[in-house]
Design a protein around this ligand. Structure first.
Ligand SMILES: *Cc1c(COP(=O)(O)O)cnc(C)c1O
Length: 609
């Protein structure tokens, strides 16, 4: 059975049962059931489902593995974590993160003014806020306001200039001074395609000379008692744990040195984010070489070792992993609108009274194909097809003959692939690739999977149903944008096979998994396709609850979001229609009513019912 690599990427979040993909939690509903319920309210287009229980699962595993490692190593510091808002700032994602994280005192990290305001308004009382990224005086003042308002906030300086501004603001106002962190520039860099955040040429952080200077400045201005944290972040989606260990050794030693230099209130090391998510569906290509358990025990063990050697108290450990926390919580589900070779239906064959001999032979091959002869008959059919195309080019047969032949050959190939599916030959596999089926999905890759478009990041893809039958069609997926980059092509290295379905008779839905990190705000409105309709699904013991509906923007709102005046557009359409000729007033009114309905719908296609 083809289970689409579920055991590799799904972390037991989903299981296949009775041919359907189900959530492996509480009442275990099938995704199809949820989607059908949502669509019964006339929702069309792609749908994004959020599962808060999957966020909780990740937060819990992070905290519990660190707790375990700390207990096992008799580690004296505490563990804390914050969620970096840049990974997903959507209201219902943040709501799920803060509510599921409340019992752990899980905080938020901000990297811009808007994110800081969001953090100040959404962080649960007592939880931490950390602030990274480049800051101006206003942003630093916001940090003071947050501290004054009771937040447990740490401003991490990325350069000496920021420290000077902090000193300036502290002198100018009477607000409470926030905790101060220093981002250290490490000579050890990260690994993976996002590893631009570490290393000596990194965009962020202070060199050792600058760190010494910072301590001096803080001491002179009597602010050293606010220095509480050193921070580094070696990049996202760490594929290998070795660079992290190198970075930890370096940062751990810097911490210990600073303690010896008299930074008494320094008590935390923030190791940034970077925990990787498994996106692969095929065993030969795994995204990471470590588990969360190994990650947490390595961090704790190394820091303890360094501190014990230098006789320094164990620091509190902070993490800012984002991708690891939220990637799994969101699933994008798209209806398939069309299979391009579906036009080759047998019922569309239109034989003549007298058909060319090659066509009669194809009819026989199609009829008589069986287990034993299928390879031979398939070869014959392909050979005939070549001849028929040549005859067509030379004008000996007409378009109807050619169409009949194409339908017959397609059927023969499908049958042959089916008959040999348990034991395909290299040739058949190659044929499958050549004859890949194109599935048109009601979604935009630019909007919903921007990292596929920009970085060639693979996301797990699988159908929600039909999972009792073997998928045989080598699949490439086309989205509905008018852009040839809006395609996930068939990749023989990481093949995706889907089912041969008749969309006139049944719906076919594809799920795209682990899309909860970065994709939503990075997604772009290319062709004016906006964020899909989204729903938060809470599972309970007997069923599930669908909440927080946010329908994809309607057409007028999409245009309004670009700055167009809705009324101006509406009036122009109305005037043009009412000035038109040759239809009655009643027909005009009816057409106008229809137009109004269209404008209230989202911009995705409505061709499936
Ligand atoms: C982006 C970022 C993170 C989050 O990284 P993930 O790979 O999503 O865990 C954490 N800290 C900082 C400073 C970042 O810039």
């Amino acid at each position: 059975m083809n289970n689409f690599g579920l055991e590799i990427w799904s972390n037991n979040n989903f299981i296949v049962e009775d041919g359907q993909l189900k959530l492996n939690y509480k009442s275990m509903p099938s995704l199809l059931q949820i989607i059908e319920e949502i669509r019964s309210n006339d929702v069309r287009g792609p749908i994004l489902l959020r599962f808060p229980h999957l966020i909780k699962k990740q937060i819990k595993s992070l905290y519990s593995y660190f707790d375990k490692a700390m207990t096992e190593n008799s580690y004296e510091g505490k563990f804390s974590a914050v969620f970096p808002l840049k990974v997903n700032q959507f209201p219902n994602a943040v709501e799920a993160i803060t509510s599921q994280g409340a019992q752990f005192n899980y905080g938020l990290e901000a990297g811009s003014k808007a994110e800081l305001i969001l953090a100040m308004s959404k962080t649960p009382a007592g939880a931490n806020i950390t602030v990274n990224g480049f800051k101006d005086k206003e942003m630093i003042t916001l940090g003071f306001i947050a501290a004054q308002s009771g937040h447990n906030i740490t401003i991490t300086i990325e350069g000496l200039g920021e420290l000077e501004t902090i000193i300036e603001v502290a002198k100018e106002c009477n607000l409470k001074v926030p905790h101060i962190g220093i981002r250290v520039r490490l000579h050890s860099a990260g690994s993976g395609i996002w590893a631009k955040s570490g290393g000596m040429d990194a965009k962020f952080g202070l060199t050792s000379t600058e760190i010494i200077e910072a301590i001096k400045l803080l001491r002179e201005d009597n602010l050293l008692q606010h220095l509480s944290m050193i921070h580094f972040h070696i990049g996202s989606q760490m594929s290998d744990i070795a660079p992290l260990k190198r970075a930890l050794r370096e940062a751990g030693n810097i911490y210990a040195e600073l303690k010896k230099m008299g930074a008494e209130s320094l008590d935390s090391i923030n190791i940034g984010g970077g925990l990787a998510v498994e996106y692969n569906q095929h065993t030969h290509s795994k995204s990471r070489n470590y588990s969360v358990e190994e990650f947490s025990s390595s961090v704790v063990f190394l820091l303890k070792e360094i501190m014990d050697a230098k006789k320094v108290q164990h620091p509190n450990i902070f993490t800012e992993s984002g991708r690891f926390i939220v990637a799994s919580h969101a699933v994008l589900i798209t209806p398939v609108l069309e299979l391009f070779t579906q036009d080759y239906q047998e019922k569309l064959i239109n034989f003549k009274k007298v058909n060319p001999p090659l066509i009669n032979e194809l009819v026989d091959l199609n009829k008589l194909l069986n287990n034993k002869n299928c390879i031979e008959y398939l070869h014959d059919a392909l050979d005939h097809m070549e001849s028929i195309l040549t005859l067509f080019d030379l004008g000996y047969i007409d378009l109807q003959d050619r169409s009949n032949a194409e339908i017959l050959v397609h059927n023969i190939i499908k049958k042959a692939l089916y008959l040999t599916s348990s034991n395909p030959t290299d040739e058949l596999e190659e044929l499958q690739v050549r004859l890949q089926e194109r599935y048109l999905i009601n979604a935009s890759i630019f909007q919903s999977l921007p990292d596929y478009w920009g970085l060639n990041q693979h996301f797990p893809i699988m159908p929600l149903h039909n999972l009792n039958s073997v998928p045989l069609r080598a699949a490439s997926l086309w989205d509905i944008t008018c852009d040839s980059d809006g395609e996930i092509g068939f990749n023989p290295e990481k093949p995706l096979y889907l089912h041969d379905v008749n969309l006139d008779e049944e719906e076919y839905y594809l799920g795209f998994f682990n899309v909860g990190a970065y994709q939503e705000t990075l997604g772009m409105n290319h062709n004016l396709f906006t964020h899909p309709s989204e729903y938060t699904i809470h599972l309970n013991d007997t069923g599930y609850e669908i909440t927080n509906e946010v329908e994809s923007k309607n057409i007028l709102d999409i245009l309004a979001s670009l700055g167009y005046e809705k009324n101006e557009i509406l009036n122009k359409l109305k005037t043009d229609l009412s000035n038109s000729k040759f239809i009655t007033e009643k027909e005009k009114d009816d057409t106008l009513a229809k137009l109004q309905i269209f404008l209230q719908q989202n911009g995705y296609l409505r061709t499936t019912y």
